[in-house]
Design a protein around this ligand. Sequence first.
Ligand SMILES: C[C@H](O)[C@H](O)CC(=O)C(=O)O
Ligand SMILES: [Mg+2]
Length: 398
Amino acid sequence: MAAAGLSKIKHVRAFTVRGGGADYHDQGEGHWIDNHIATPMARYPEYRQSRQSFGINVLGTLIVEIEAEDGTIGFAVTTGGEPAAFIVEKHLARFLEGRDPREVEKIWDQMYFSTQYYGRKGLVVNAISGVDLALWDLLGKLRGEPVYQMLGGAVRDELQFYATGARPDVAKELGFIGGKLPLHHGPAEGLEGLHKNIAELAEMRSRVGDDFWLMLDCWMSLDLDYATRLAHRAYDECGLKWIEEALSPDDYWAYAALKKNAPKGLLVTTGEHEATRWGFRMLMDMECCDIIQPDVGWCGGVTELIKIANYADSKGVMMIPHGSSVYSYHFVITRHNSPFAEFLMMHPGPTEVVPMFHPQLIGEPVPVNGRLHVSALDKPGFGVELNRELPMHRPYTH
Ligand SMILES: C[C@H](O)[C@H](O)CC(=O)C(=O)O
Ligand SMILES: [Mg+2]
């Protein structure tokens, strides 16, 4: 039974919406995020130029709303679209309705183990993450507290960001501490592609100077041999800071080998497509990387991220969450082993700072001069509202 003053959960609803936002790959033509980026599908020439051509944006955004008996609504956005909406409405909602919203652990446990026979990673854990984030948002709104306060409070006054996008030189001018470039050419483009990758990085190094961090996001596109050669050349010739998600997320053995093969001083990072405490334990126990990068909207939500982050802390591994806007800001500010955060540049250029989940959230804070003061997070829940002017669709009910 809910304690006096805290409403029980009345109803869970799932919606879908298209056009950017949490499904940040769902952008219009000409956007930097869909311009010949190296992927595991780039071995097929017909899918090389555009990730949308092989369906990267096929799912769209999932919106989860949880309404309490007093009418308070918590919500969250993540990816997963219509199939995730089905899972939320037809399977997960039963573990919330009629419950005390403070039962986050029990609700998570029931969502995960009831779906384990067809879930464990990917879409199902995206759906669980969306529900979990909406639940934390509701709890914060019911208590009148920001999520970061419920997580133990801020350990510093501001967040510092690096920027992901095709223009680290602009990111530097905008005050970010570093810039992460997408890798453009994968192994199928041979030695010529490797030379082009290095030339692009060298050109960017010459624009940003010696001290600005430059990173490469390889989006699962490489094999171990290519990744090793790229790592050495990019570090030696261009002072690369880290090589990200170079390999398939399933190939823990290749990651462990890459970390051994990589030059000392270059960081190996991965994890945005990994999920749950068990997946991240594998990455850390097998010494696959120096930085883990869970996406809070995909790895199991805040309830699971607490466990992942604590394990990382105990192993001395840094945790820099992937993207995920306010959902990671509220977490990162509470952790010493997350000293900075990612900001995904969603401007098509990208030459301006625009909210990462634009246009889905109202009141979404953005870094100013590469920083965000904790006071920007001082609103109940995750501190944002849903833009209800968007054409939301509720494909299933229960
Ligand atoms: C730029 C990358 O290919 C991807 O779209 C985003 C990502 O992996 C990241 O922000 O990290
Ligand atoms: Mg990445």
